[in-house]
Design a protein around this ligand. Structure first.
Ligand code: SF4
Length: 306
């Protein structure tokens, strides 16, 4: 049985679209992400009223507006802590964070390790276009070295952050990469991320044709390689996942290197909520705590040698 609420009948993907027309530039990769999400919601039979989508600030953070679900448009970089609070308050909800590379890996980056290591049961979809689009062309944490932007007229001298290796190191229990030019792959990966019980991270390579003239659909088309189907990668193998992740950015330095897409890592283990429930069960059992019991709790809090 699924760990999330499901409808008895299947709604169409269009039933998950809101009445608001996207304001993105023509050709933006983020259109496909909304299409893949609504298809995934439909195939998983998710009740729209049971989905909460949380976003920060940026072009990608507008995505929830264009879908029929509850949504919270938070502050820059703050989608994750709001999403964690929502999930803890009501674990029956399907909580999805819609974010971008700047929002998640720059101003919001301090939240990532903690949501991942705690294995909070939610899905983070990062539309990674390697640029700040909404504020008009500044390089982001995932921009390749040398990329030009409005504040880096000689090209950035920063090395890019590796989203896949970062999330694996933080302890995320589902880590994947997909590409918005491959709607079938993207829908399948998003579905699996939602089905995963625990913290799931999906990096979507989602071109910004307005400002990033290097990481384009044309660029990715000939380079993406499915690590599961084409390389036979087993996502339960953490060591291999790390090894593959460290090759994720090779194409920045070697034009012939492939861009890996697929599920790098997946592991079913206890979630933060399981641990919360264990604590609740322990303390609920105590209707009338005695002074001795209270003292035992106080003693349990004292520092101990390991
Ligand atoms: Fe998309 Fe770039 Fe336009 Fe933003 S600026 S809507 S990311 S194409």
């Amino acid at each position: 049985m699924a760990h999330f609420q499901q409808l008895e009948v299947q709604l169409k993907p269009a039933d998950y679209r809101s009445d608001i027309e996207p304001t993105w530039c023509p050709g933006c990769g983020d259109f496909s992400v909304v299409a893949a999400c609504t298809k995934a919601f439909s195939e998983l039979k998710l009740p729209p009223e049971n989905i909460v989508q949380v976003s920060g600030i940026g072009c990608s953070s507008r995505a929830p507006l264009f879908m029929k679900s509850y949504s919270v448009h938070t502050l820059h970089g703050r989608a994750l802590p709001v999403a964690v609070g929502i999930k803890l308050a009501n674990p029956n909800l399907t909580v999805i964070v819609q974010t971008g590379d700047g929002d998640l890996f720059s101003i919001g980056s301090g939240h990532n390790p903690h949501a991942a290591r705690r294995n909070i049961d939610l899905t983070v979809i990062c539309m990674d276009n390697q640029i700040y689009g909404l504020t008009k062309n500044q390089v982001s944490p995932t921009s390749r070295e040398g990329l030009y932007g409005s504040l880096t007229p000689y090209g950035t001298i920063d090395k890019p952050l590796n989203p896949i290796a970062t999330m694996l190191a933080y302890g995320a229990t589902f880590v994947a990469q997909t590409y918005s030019g491959n709607p079938k792959h993207m829908t399948e990966v998003i579905k699996q991320a939602i089905v995963h019980r625990g913290f799931s991270f999906v990096n979507v390579l989602s071109p910004c044709p307005t400002f990033n003239r290097v990481d384009t659909f044309k660029y990715y088309k000939s380079r993406t390689k499915d690590i599961n189907k084409e390389l036979g990668h087993d996502p339960t193998d953490y060591s291999k996942a790390l090894e593959l992740a460290f090759h994720d950015l090779d194409h920045y330095y070697d034009p012939n290197a492939p861009v890996p897409i697929g599920i790098f890592f997946k592991k079913e283990t206890e979630t933060y909520h399981d641990r919360v429930n264990a604590v609740k069960a322990r303390y609920k059992a105590v209707d009338k705590p005695t002074p001795e019991l209270i003292q035992s709790f106080v003693d349990a809090c004292k520092p101990k040698a390991i």
